[in-house]
Design a protein around this ligand. Structure first.
Ligand code: G
Ligand code: G
Ligand code: MN
Ligand code: NA
Length: 252
């Protein structure tokens, strides 16, 4: 309960930080985007993993303001990077199920874009299938509104759920992010699974991101299998904003 009390004041105390993990297009080697990843360095408890505090923020009713803070922070940073020359760079922001279901979600996303005068296609929202499947018709309505503004929707941790793939017919998404558990098991069967996900994605006109790339062999495999994008410690760890700036300069 101490930790909960700390969480309530952590934004004001400046204990949160957003890190940015580069995403690479496998064919060109070009880094065209970052995934924003929230970090909490509590002055009392030290670093607390997001898997722990996101759920806590949901339970305490704090996920709305916290999620909005991340979105604003990430878009402000993107605006700086675009101004420095990375004019088509994108940022992907993770959205919790509770945040996604809030009534003002679409309005708050559009307001955050407008505040930075950024176009919708600068932003990708990452959602898990469990957040979307709770209420498919409602999810579909929200996703459609976001996409009408150019915002892309990514299905995060793709493949880890137990649902059938039939829901892809009803939910408008743009990107599948293949969970790293598949990338770490790229034997013959694992490769067949990734291959079938990529084929499905091509049929549906979706982009595929391979997550958790840690070795050059994995990178080569997912490139050969037709994954459009790759992300993982081999390419870069999540970076502080200043490190992200240096990373982008190194690309030119
Ligand atoms: O960055 P890391 O591997 O520690 O992230 C662990 C989990 O926390 C991942 O599932 C990631 O999607 C999630 N996560 C990271 N940042 C955010 C955020 O800003 N909002 C939400 N809802 N989840 C996040
Ligand atoms: O669920 P989501 O995909 O949003 O989780 C992102 C998390 O994965 C981040 O916390 C990030 O630190 C972590 N991550 C990113 N690349 C790698 C990797 O190559 N290996 C491992 N183990 N974790 C990674
Ligand atoms: Mn993610
Ligand atoms: Na993921």
């Amino acid at each position: 309960f101490q930790l909960e009390r700390e969480l309530k004041n952590a934004v004001e105390h400046g204990e949160f930080q957003v890190c940015y993990q580069p995403v690479q297009e496998t064919r060109s080697g070009r880094f065209h985007g970052f995934e924003a990843l929230l970090r909490w360095n509590s002055r009392r408890y030290g670093p607390v993993p997001p898997t722990r505090f996101i759920r806590m923020a949901e339970e305490l009713g704090l996920i709305g303001p916290l999620g909005q803070w991340v979105l604003r922070e990430a878009l402000q940073q993107l605006k700086r990077w675009r101004a420095e020359g990375a004019t088509t760079l994108t940022v992907a922001v993770n959205i919790s199920a509770v945040q996604f279901r809030q009534k003002d979600f679409v309005v708050s996303v559009l307001a955050a874009l407008q505040a930075e005068e950024l176009p919708g296609d600068a932003l990708i929202l990452e959602l898990t299938e469990s957040s979307l499947l709770e209420d498919v018709p409602a999810s579909r309505a929200v996703l459609t509104q976001l996409q009408a503004h150019g915002i892309a929707i990514a299905l995060d941790d793709f493949g880890t759920g137990y649902s059938s793939l039939a829901y892809l017919r009803d939910l408008p998404v743009n990107i599948l992010k293949i969970d790293r558990s598949f990338i770490w098991a790229l034997d013959e069967i694992g490769a067949a699974i990734v291959h079938s996900i990529v084929s499905l994605a091509h049929e549906l006109g979706l982009r595929v991101v391979a997550e958790g790339i840690e070795t050059p062999q994995q990178l080569e495999q997912v490139r050969t299998l037709g994954c459009h994008d790759a992300q993982g410690f081999l390419l870069s760890r999540p970076l502080l904003p200043t490190e992200g700036t240096a990373f982008l300069r190194g690309q030119r």
